[in-house]
Every structure is written in C-alpha cells, then in structure tokens.
Design a protein around this ligand. Structure first.
Ligand code: CAA
Length: 261
C-alpha cells in the first residue's frame, strides 16, 4: 500500500513502521493517524509478520506530538474527533495480536509519548526525551496520555508530567519505568531488531496470549484475570506449539513453532 506520511517495510517476520515527517519532527496529523491505522490493520492480518517496530524518521525525533498547525484552528467537535481518531490508533495497536516495540530515537512528546505508550514496550536512545507538554498549549493530552501513563508509571509521576509539561531525559524515563532499556543512538535499531527477532522465534499462540492477558487482565480483579490466564493456558494445549515446545525441550533441540494464532 502507498503511504505519504509513513513508511512500512516488511523483512521476514519483522515489520518496521516509520512515521516520516522529519521536517516537523514527525508530528501526528489526521493523515498520519489514518495511515497508521491502515498499516497496523494490514500488518495485523499479514500472517508472515510476527513483530512490529514503530519508530520515527531522522535522528532528532520519534514524534514531537500532535501537529500543532493542524490543531490550532480546530473547533471543539473537530478536536474531539481528532482525539478519538488518535485514541483509535493507540487502541488498535494495543489490541493487535502481535507485539509492537517502540524504538524512540529522540523527542517523544505529547502524542509521541502517547503512541509509544500504546506499544508493548519502549527501547530508547540516549538522546530520547519524553513528556506531556500539552498543558503548555492550554490543553490536556488527547491520545491516551492521562490514562496509559498513569497505568504504567503510577498516578504521581503521570500527574507531575501532565501538570508541569516538563520534558524529561531518558535516564529519568527509565527510572520511572516508562522505558525498558537505553542504547547509544547508533545501536538502538540493532538492539530493537535483536529483541524483535527473539520474540518472532516464539510461537504465535503463546505470544498473542501473553500480550492479551497482560493488557486485558491488568484492569480486572485478580481472580478474574487469573481465570483468564488459566483459560489461555488451556488454549495453548490445543496448539501444536505446546507439544513442539515441550518436546523440543525434552529432546534437547530448538523448537520450531508453526502454530497459527
Ligand atoms: N506540531 C507541529 N510542528 C511541530 C511540532 C508539533 N508538535 N513539533 C515541532 N514542530 C516543527 C516546528 O514548528 C519546526 O518547524 P519550522 O522548521 O517550520 O519552524 C520544526 O518542527 C522543528 O522544530 P523546532 O525548530 O521547534 O526544533 P527545536 O529543536 O528547537 O525544538 C521541540 C524541538 C522541543 C520538540 C519543539 O519543537 C517543541 O516543543 N515541539 C512541540 C512539542 C509539543 O508541544 N508537543 C505536544 C503537541 S499537543 C499533543 O500532542 C496533543 C495530543 O496529545 C493529541
């Protein structure tokens, strides 16, 4: 499919989606949101793709937020629709049955932090910066920031970031649990590819179930979430991957997972 604001490359089991508006630090406008929705929908259906990487073009920015030029003259209805469109993309990413890894290679501000939060985890370069600076523009985050940030790093840090609009460096982002791992700029993509390939070598059924269980179970009472886990564990035994994985262990060989999810 031809996109104008993003790049979408598939190499074996790994797809890389790059938000590609470097002149405006990859700011998100309605067209980017629409193209991301199309790309993630297509990659979700592509049986060959097992893991997706999301990054930003250039060496300065992942995404510097929603496009302020596109938003300035929006009326309230257009603003709500834009917020719902961005929330739709982030919810789609979360509900995709395959992992998405954020490779944050610079500024991840406002909608940039929010779209990274919708990925399954974040690897970042030493130059990465995060923040929810919407308050400086007289608005609140509109792509899930108040909700996903507080769920990931806790209410206190989410409030400090959303209320001050401060931009934080990658060391603090890692300390508060927003970022999993930090790499020198020139090593970030290799590190992300390495972990993507490792995940792609696992079985689809268990990979999908892990993502769904952690996402869906998180907001449920523990006893309900544990029941979901037991049902998913049971479902794994309906897949050839369970016999292959356990058989390979006992036969002291590498498993070759072929189950479909
Ligand atoms: N929207 C539109 N354009 C943007 C942009 C954005 N979010 N961020 C950067 N740009 C543009 C700049 O206007 C500039 O364009 P020109 O060259 O035409 O002047 C270009 O990108 C380069 O940016 P700077 O010259 O500002 O670069 P810098 O290195 O001096 O500063 C920055 C970098 C600190 C990231 C700064 O650009 C900045 O503060 N950007 C805005 C960050 C922001 O407020 N994000 C939140 C947006 S609101 C939001 O995201 C709502 C939501 O939740 C849905």
């Amino acid at each position: 499919m031809a996109y104008e604001t993003i790049l979408c490359e598939v190499d074996g089991a790994i797809a890389t989606v790059t938000i590609n508006r470097p002149k405006v630090l990859n700011a998100l406008n309605p067209q980017v949101a629409e193209e991301l929705a199309q790309a993630f929908t297509a990659l979700g259906k592509d049986a060959a793709v097992k893991v997706i990487i999301l990054t930003g073009a250039g060496d300065k920015s992942f995404v510097a937020g929603a496009d302020i030029s596109a938003m300035r003259d929006m009326n309230p209805v257009q603003a709500r629709n834009f917020s719902r469109q961005l929330q739709g993309v982030t919810s789609l990413m979360e509900s995709l049955p395959k992992p998405i890894i954020a490779a944050v290679n610079g500024f991840a501000l406002g909608g940039g932090t929010e779209i990274a939060l919708a990925c399954d985890f974040i690897y970042a370069s030493e130059t990465a910066k995060f923040g929810q600076p919407e308050i400086n523009l007289g608005v609140v985050p509109g792509a899930g920031g108040t909700q996903r940030l507080s769920r990931l790093v806790g209410k206190s840090w989410a409030k400090e970031l959303c209320l001050t609009g401060d931009i934080i460096d990658v060391a603090l982002a890692k300390e508060i649990g927003l970022v999993n791992r930090v790499f020198p700029v020139d090593q970030l993509m290799d590190a992300v590819l390495k972990v993507a390939k490792k995940i792609a070598s696992k079985g689809r059924v268990a990979t999908r179930a892990c993502k769904e269980l952690i996402n869906c179970g998180f907001d449920l009472p523990l006893n309900h979430a544990l029941l979901l886990e037991a049902e998913a564990f049971c479902t794994c035994f309906a897949s050839p991957d369970q016999r292959e994985g356990m058989g390979a262990f006992l036969e002291k060989r590498k498993p070759d997972f072929k189950g479909e999810a």
